[in-house]
Design a protein around this ligand. Structure first.
Ligand SMILES: Nc1nc2c(ncn2[C@@H]2O[C@H](COP(=O)(O)OP(=O)(O)OP(=O)(O)O)[C@@H](O)[C@H]2O)c(=O)[nH]1
Ligand SMILES: [Mg+2]
Length: 472
């Protein structure tokens, strides 16, 4: 048997236990094997058969992300490994030899198993639980659902997560000892009588369906109330969107000079939507800035469906700020995260929803070296000359670098889109002074307090060429 302490050196991977990139992207430190109540989790990242070269180049990053997910859920990760599958085994997903090996490891570390693949079938999960003799076998979806379950705070987010969990449970009902629906009285031989397990299974299915209906009804009521509140808003709306952990909440806090939203170096810190007023000095008016849940590669469909209203609202803002982590520039992660966000936006938004201006906000530039910055500036200057390239603002929510430019850009784009009137076209009689942060500002309000929409920009994020290939 393997001594827990040996596990650090047991790794097959040539990289250190948490990969080179781990500490750059997530600062959660690896915790040593079981000294305590922190439960352990063995993380196995799966590179599927016929994977692309790109997938194989990024597997260390994917493994880092999987470990961060496990740690966000409160697990220590004593063992992490990449497994390149040559074929998927229908009954156990991974090969029998690997299962036996894992059983020993799981026993030695008293851990659960997290297989980082989008989805295990109910049968594979049940078989793995039985063969590995563990209660805990999770796939990527169940880990993400558990994190959402832990972190949801508002009534709406809680209902959304419950609905997603309900749908997941419905798709994972299976007979078997580990699932608790064993065939107690068999139909074997007779062929027409359903066993007790079958009945229990059917009962559970009905319960879950009813629960899901009740949740959907409750959610509709909460959403309706929120839509009503939204109707009374007169300011234009700006949404912060982007991959998880890129610094959306930090930007909301920095832009609105507040600590309204919690910031942590871990995925899915934010699940609940927060909106704050953002004063735009160049226009002399305010917009509403919203921070919301971050995206992730292979976001479970159940969650996209449950969070549809939240995501649709975010996507249908007058201006989208797509926040990206500039510190990943020059790595495949930069383009990969862009592609994931773009995919989710397409999934959520009908073309109508995506007809909005998008500004790319490259955050965390404080982490770049001077040389990297120079190279990036040159590439961006080149990209700017192309009509199809998006507006990019370089910022650091930490050092506040680039904040002024970002605020100016937000004002300009809202004016261009006709969501705000430019300062100079407003009559002097419409000017008034308002107080913000203890300072006097010139404020403007249009006739009858309404915003007149002059024109509407119809640019699609997907029509814009992504600036991903920055060779730094
Ligand atoms: N160095 C540096 N770190 C930053 C910057 N902005 C955010 N961070 C850090 O990045 C981590 C994630 O920040 P958040 O603001 O929580 O990120 P988020 O996009 O809201 O993440 P989720 O809510 O989980 O989707 C935190 O540890 C922040 O301190 C920045 O400009 N520079
Ligand atoms: Mg956040």
């Amino acid at each position: 048997s393997i001594e827990p302490a040996q596990l650090w050196s047991w790794q097959r991977a040539t990289k250190p236990i948490l990969g080179d990139n781990f500490h750059r992207n997530y600062s959660i430190r690896p915790q040593k094997v079981p000294s305590a109540p922190v439960p352990n989790c063995i993380v196995l990242h799966i590179t599927p058969p016929r994977s692309t070269l790109e997938d194989r180049l990024q597997e260390e990053d994917f493994l880092d992300e999987a470990c961060a997910l496990a740690q966000t859920l409160g697990y220590a990760v004593p063992v992490r490994e990449i497994l390149r599958l040559r074929a998927i085994h229908p009954k156990t997903f991974i090969g029998k030899g690997k299962v036996v090996e894992l059983r020993g490891l799981l026993r030695a570390t008293d851990a659960i198993l997290f297989i980082n693949t989008p989805r295990l079938t109910a049968l594979q999960q049940r078989n793995l639980k039985e063969l590995c003799q563990t209660e805990g076998v999770k796939d990527r979806i169940s880990v993400i659902l558990d994190i959402f379950g832990q972190r949801a705070r508002t009534m709406e987010a809680k209902l959304q997560v419950e609905l997603a969990q309900c749908k997941y449970a419905l798709s994972h009902l299976v007979r078997g000892a580990s699932a608790g629906y064993e065939q107690q009285r068999g139909a074997s031989g007779t062929g027409f009588m359903a066993g007790g397990g079958e009945k229990a299974l059917e009962l559970r299915r009905r319960q879950l369906r009813e629960q899901s209906k009740v949740l959907q009804h409750k959610l509709k009521t909460v959403e309706k109330r929120r839509m009503e509140q939204r109707k009374h808003r007169r300011q234009p709306t700006v949404s912060l969107l982007g991959y998880t952990n890129v610094g959306k909440s930090s930007l909301l806090n920095a832009l609105t000079h507040s600590h309204a939203v919690s910031v942590e170096d871990r995925p899915f810190e934010t699940l609940d939507t927060t909106t704050r007023a953002l004063f735009l000095p160049s226009v002399g008016a305010s917009a509403l800035l919203t921070d919301t849940v971050g995206f992730i590669r292979q976001l479970p469909l159940e969650l996209v469906a449950a969070f549809r209203a939240t995501l649709e609202e975010a996507v249908s803002a007058d201006l989208l700020l797509h926040v990206r982590d500039a510190s990943t520039l020059g790595t495949p992660l930069f383009a990969e995260q862009y592609a994931s966000v773009d995919k989710i936006l397409r999934d959520v938004g009908t073309p109508e929803h995506l007809k909005h201006s998008v500004v790319e906000v490259w955050n965390k530039v404080d982490l770049l070296t001077n040389k990297q910055r120079d190279q990036m500036a040159r590439v961006l200057a080149g990209a700017k000359r192309e009509a199809s390239s998006p507006d990019v603002v370089l910022v650091s929510a930490q050092t506040k670098e680039g904040m002024r430019e970002l605020v100016r850009m937000i004002g300009d784009r809202l004016v261009e889109g006709g969501f705000l009137q430019p300062a100079e076209t407003r009559g002097a009689d419409k000017k008034s002074s308002c107080e913000k942060d203890g300072k006097k500002h010139m404020c403007y309000s249009d006739e009858e307090g309404k915003q007149e929409v002059l024109s509407s920009r119809t640019e699609n994020m997907s029509n814009k060429k992504a600036v991903n290939e920055v060779d730094v």
